[in-house]
Design a protein around this ligand. Sequence first.
Ligand SMILES: Cc1cc2nc3c(=O)[nH]c(=O)nc-3n(C[C@H](O)[C@H](O)[C@H](O)COP(=O)(O)O)c2cc1C
Length: 313
Amino acid sequence: MTELRALLGIEHPLILGPFGGLSSTRLTAAVSDAGGLGSFGLYGYDGDRIRATEAELRALTGRPFAVNIWLPRGDEVEPNPQHTIFAQALQPFYEAVGVELPARPERYVPSLDEQLDAIWEIEPAVLSVVFGVPSAAVVAEAHGRGIRILGTATTVAEAVALAEAGVDAVVATGAEAAGHRVSFLRPAEESLVGTFALIPQVVDAVDVPVIAAGGIADRRGVAAAFALGAAGVQVGTAFLATAESAATAAHRDAIRSTAADETVLPGDERAPGSRHAQPCGAGDRGERHDRPLPDAELAHRSLPHRGGGAEPR
Ligand SMILES: Cc1cc2nc3c(=O)[nH]c(=O)nc-3n(C[C@H](O)[C@H](O)[C@H](O)COP(=O)(O)O)c2cc1C
């Protein structure tokens, strides 16, 4: 425990999970100020937006914070003729609220290089990554600048691969975790180990500190994670329900009221910006779907997520 605190420069071994598209600078700063590690999800943020977010964070807290990026997997969807089909399907919704349909963008998300250039400039205390293993060059550059790197594993094999690549700690994220299933060695459907089965196995397999994530929402979950050998915990959903989060009131209410049987594992979601995901905070739209969604519906769900979604606050 002490090891992780010293490593990350924090007082409490508790990390606010990053929320790609839904992070709030207020919440990130609040967690860091309270002695934990606030994380901010930079999914879809270009260099300028990363620099602006850093300025906001530094104005709000003098404590260490983490930023988070998605490593490209090579299956990213670039703007293509299908975009027009999505746009046509969405046209009536835009017309209904009197908003002009946005033009087809040149790209949906900024490149990894653009994001990394900005991150090297802002030098956060911690960089966390999902959907893969950071390259040796990225690890070396981060370490050369005193930036700690956290990798995210959904299986033991992924944790080992990350540790071998030189990350400073591994976030072992069980199938309970909200957000996308960030598996990278095997398909998400084959990487659904539960948090409390995953933690002890990962602890046994790697020499770096292990941070437990997925379904931890109170002190009992924290105690259980530590009993299994975790050096820290990463909490997402429970923080989304706080006043500082960027979640809407409806989203917060849903988190507080959602019955466990409303948690869903969406099936074949391969629209741009969409990977195997648990609805944010379980049941974020208060609906279930146990069939692949039609393209137009997928587009409707995916488009707001692209480019980062909610404005940082
Ligand atoms: C809305 C939402 C977006 C998320 N986006 C990311 C992300 O971009 N990167 C990431 O590493 N984790 C992301 N996560 C996962 C969280 O950081 C955290 O690991 C997870 O929520 C922990 O599980 P819990 O919600 O059961 O506490 C997201 C989670 C939610 C709810």
